[in-house]
Design a protein around this ligand. Sequence first.
Ligand code: ITT
Length: 197
Amino acid sequence: MKEIVLATRNDNKIREIKNLLKDINIKFLSLRDFPSFPPVPETATSYTENAQLKASAVSKFTGKLALADDSGLEVDFLQGRPGVLSARYAGEGASDEENNRKLLGELREVPMALRGAAFRCVLALVAPSNKKETVEGECRGVIALEPRGEGGFGYDPLFYLPKFNKTFAELSPEEKNQVSHRAQAAAKLRKIITEYL
Ligand code: ITT
């Protein structure tokens, strides 16, 4: 069976991507299977470049097809911040809780009508030949006034979808995987992976 290495150690991304692409006849590995792989500094200023950096490095290291996810939250009132810096919004090594607290602080007293935001996800597939494919997905929502829900990860407890009257963290994993930014990107990637196989 063909293999793809998921170029991440983020277990939440690994779980979501595996589920999103589970109907494809492919074995997914991840950086959990390559503990000696060194961290890749995410030095670029765009999701696309960061995703390609991560996937290229992992494909070179493993000699296999590699798939990287670079994603983030873009808040309208903050002119698109935290964006590519979402993981380190409250500082290097910040926890999800610290990042969420900082976001709520920056939006204090901002009314719901002005709290629009988008989650964005870029998936990059890189082959050992260095052939690259990149797809993007987006999901719009509203930053809630307080965290709600126990599921998901990252900013999910603050990302409210009016259509469901729930945050991402209140959706089941299956529901999140029907509407998320990662789901939109994975749907586009499915066709490309199938052509590779
Ligand atoms: P890798 O680089 O190893 O893949 P990472 O967690 O550092 O893992 P990113 O650099 O892409 O990933 O940072 C993305 C951040 O954006 C992530 O840490 C979350 O805070 C946030 N994020 C992305 N997708 C999300 C989602 O579906 N739900 C909640 N937060 C998400």
